[in-house]
Write a protein that binds this ligand. Structure first.
Ligand code: S3P
Length: 167
């Protein structure tokens, strides 16, 4: 199935850009975090606090397996940590074109400051967390993606146009 899948760090704009891209392409939009919350009847932050991160990561893998069964073409945004599991990267490949929305730590810091919905960013210094996680993740995002779009200083409209040129 040739879905369009958006990956990238928290705050890279996957959901907003994904929604807009889907609307323009006349396709449904889904977000892996929303699917997980709907199926668990719990917020992501509660899943983390009650069952722990690795349980949440298992739910992400399950969600990808469900998406692979879908016969309708979609735009899919996935959680920022999902591509870290090698198994998940295999599923992403099977799902379609993988688009990496990249952003500099400074841009992410601006977009994420004050956010309380993302458990792995809570407590401590936000910039340090972003830099540490990006050091672990950036190369993996690059490896998992077919296309990389730099989002710093770009409007959502521009980012959508850029994606449309490739897919
Ligand atoms: C996470 C990103 C979040 C969500 C969870 C963990 C991560 O999704 O899945 O809070 O590890 O980067 P978004 O990237 O949509 O914020």
């Amino acid at each position: 199935m040739n879905h369009m899948i958006l990956i990238g760090f928290m705050g890279s704009g996957k959901s907003t850009v994904g929604r807009r891209l889907a609307k323009e392409a006349g396709l449904p939009f889904v977000d892996s975090d929303d699917l997980i919350e709907a199926q668990a009847h719990m917020k992501i932050s509660d899943i983390f606090s009650e069952y722990g991160e690795s349980y949440f990561r298992d739910l992400e893998t399950l969600t990808l397996r469900q998406l692979i069964e879908s016969e309708e073409r979609m735009v899919i945004a996935v959680g920022g940590g999902l591509p870290m599991r090698p198994e998940n990267r295999e599923y992403l490949k099977q799902l379609g074109s993988v688009i990496y929305l990249s952003a500099k730590p400074e841009t992410l810091q601006q977009r994420l400051s004050g956010d309380t919905s993302r458990p792995i960013l809570q407590g401590g210094n936000l910039m340090e967390k972003i830099v540490t996680l990006m050091a672990e993740r950036a190369a993996i995002y690059e490896q998992a993606a077919d296309i990389k779009v730099i989002t710093d200083h770009k409007r959502h409209k521009e980012i959508v146009e850029e994606i449309k040129q490739y897919v």
